[in-house]
Design a protein around this ligand. Structure first.
Ligand code: FAD
Ligand code: NAI
Length: 476
């Protein structure tokens, strides 16, 4: 029977990074993963993120943005395109090629770092002295490995909607939404969260009529509401996404040629038929088939594996990271927990600050933030000052043809320490890194204001927002 120092269950961005870091630290490491490729005929490492999440969604967002730009934005640059066409199947093919390249990249990294990659479903079998026994089920062919330390990184799956089953024919989860090879004429989306907005944007840009039905009465409740209001205005009034808030779903059924949804919104009953319907109402932790109960691995009331601040479970030498534990369901959070756990096993003392984990929504304009929102600061009774600056007068944004949005810096009223940075605008997914760095280094808004920012760049908007905290914006 093979014995390892560390066995990781799951090779998503949490698990594969944990395995690589553990191997780097000198541990004999194996990573068990049950993921298969789109065709279902070969193992595919990388989890949700690489196969059906972060990467494929960004590939489609980019393709659809190009098409939209060619259709609507090129003319102002003096470029006209005759006979412009869109081929959804080709877009999906390109996305698949990127996924294949990256999932193959994880396999290469495992080989390079001498991580043993085991294909199959991993489950707790029991103990042999201090060693955990983990069964690997490769389509009925079972084997057992033993490990001193186990890291559970089994991720998450889409939250089901009790009103209808997902078949990925007309009723789609993220996987189906990423694989449409024809543009639906009418697309319905349940949930105006991150997936709903990103996938709704993709299919809207290439010609679908998109209606998003959201249960909450406010838009993007987790985001700073100044940014959320700006986003809602742009998405609905300028881009034509039909976003209905405060929706109560009554009935969803498959009908000929589509899906019929009956709902109540703004006091009115409505029934609409969509060609395709995406269900994106959040994700739930995936512990199915782990045999957690048999070994007494504790979960919380929402099904997440219970961990302490350092990702220790209630079982000795069993850790859990990523989407299967509390905290934001983000790839970079999963990876950083993976690194931290491997280093803790090695006796190091890494620290992961949840307050400086950045959030990004890859719409156009993009939305990004780090730290506290104004609403959170008010609720916590923290006195703060703020500075905002718009992209509207930024030279680089104008040259790009993307001069929309703003950056807001929130700083402690007394100490000037940066408490939160919120953005909507072009490529703010990249600009937010400066905010993360500032907060990690406990910067004041004056620190950012005194840093030289290159001209002409989008980062000058961050500079101006920081200057504005002290009411000394130069272009405001
Ligand atoms: P996962 O990536 O879910 O990986 C878990 C792995 O474990 C899978 O390979 C699974 O097959 C395997 N597994 C499960 N059970 C077992 C078992 N018993 N035995 C063996 N293997 C098992 N996050 C971002 O930060 N940025 C984004 O842009 C972004 N975009 C997203 C877009 C979409 C459409 C979706 C759905 C998610 C997106 N996310 C994004 C979220 C991100 O994908 C997750 O936060 C991240 O993948 C979590 O990583 P993980 O390692 O915890 O789990
Ligand atoms: P989400 O939590 O972002 O949004 C779900 C939305 O559905 C919420 O607004 C919620 O109020 C709504 N909802 C719930 N039940 C509903 C109902 N019955 N009717 C109508 N609306 C309902 O979840 P989403 O979009 O499914 O994404 C899952 C996870 O994946 C997120 O937590 C996110 O962290 C991650 N993700 C991250 C991305 C990024 O970082 N750019 C991109 C996509 C996903």
């Amino acid at each position: 029977m093979s014995q390892f120092d560390v066995v990781v269950i799951g090779a998503g961005p949490g698990g594969y990074i944990a395995a690589i870091r553990a191997a780097q630290l000198g541990f004999k490491t194996a990573c068990i993963d049950a993921g298969v490729n789109k065709a279902g005929d070969a193992p595919a490492l990388g989890g949700t993120c690489l196969n059906v999440g972060c990467i494929p969604s960004k590939a489609l967002l980019q393709s659809s943005e190009h098409f939209h730009a060619a259709q609507h934005d090129f003319t102002e640059h003096g470029i006209s395109v005759d006979g412009l066409k869109f081929d959804a199947a080709k877009m999906v093919e390109r996305k698949d090629a990127i996924v294949t390249k990256l999932t193959g990249g994880v396999k290469f990294l495992f080989q390079k770092n001498k991580v043993t990659s085991l294909f199959g479903k991993g489950s707790f079998k029991g103990k042999n002295g201090d060693l955990w026994q983990i069964e690997v089920d490769n389509n009925g062919e079972k084997s057992v490995v033993e490990a001193k330390q186990v890291i559970v990184a089994t991720g998450s799956v889409p939250r089901p909607l009790p009103l209808i089953d997902i078949d990925n024919v007309n009723v789609l989860d993220n996987e189906g939404a990423l694989n449409l090879t024809e543009v639906p004429k009418k697309l319905g989306v349940i949930g105006s969260g991150v997936i709903g907005l990103e996938m709704g944007s993709v299919w809207k840009r290439v010609g679908a009529e998109v209606t998003i039905l959201e249960a909450m009465p406010i838009f993007l409740a987790a985001a700073d509401q100044q940014i959320a209001k700006e986003a809602l205005k742009v998405f609905t009034k300028e881009q034509g996404l039909d976003i209905k808030l405060g929706v109560k779903l009554n009935e969803i059924k498959n009908v000929e040629g589509g899906v019929s949804v009956s709902y109540e919104a703004a006091g009115e009953q409505k029934t609409e038929t969509f060609d395709k319907l995406i269900i994106s109402i959040g994700r739930i932790p995936n512990t199915e088939g782990l045999n957690a109960e048999a070994v007494g691995l504790e979960k919380d009331e929402r099904g997440f594996i219970k961990v302490d601040g350092e990702c220790r479970t209630n079982l000795p030498n069993v850790w859990a990271i990523g989407d299967v534990v509390r905290g934001p369901m983000l790839a970079h959070k999963a990876s950083d927990e993976g690194v931290a756990v491997a280093e803790r096993i090695a006796g190091q003392k890494p620290h992961l600050d949840f307050n400086t984990i950045p959030f990004v929504i890859y719409t156009d304009p993009e939305i990004a933030w780090v730290g506290k929102t104004e609403e959170q600061l008010k609720a916590e009774g923290v006195e703060y000052k703020k500075g905002t600056s718009n992209f509207g007068a930024n030279g680089r944004a104008l040259a790009l043809g993307k001069a929309k949005g703003l950056i807001k810096v929130l700083a402690d009223a007394k100490t000037d320490r940066v408490l939160g940075i919120h953005m909507i605008g072009p490529v703010v997914s990249e600009l937010v890194a400066e905010g993360v760095m500032s907060m990690e280094f406990s910067a004041s808004s004056e620190d950012i204001a005194r840093i030289v920012h290159a001209h002409p760049t989008l980062s000058e908007v961050m500079h101006e927002a920081a200057l504005a905290v002290d009411k000394r914006a130069l272009h405001g």
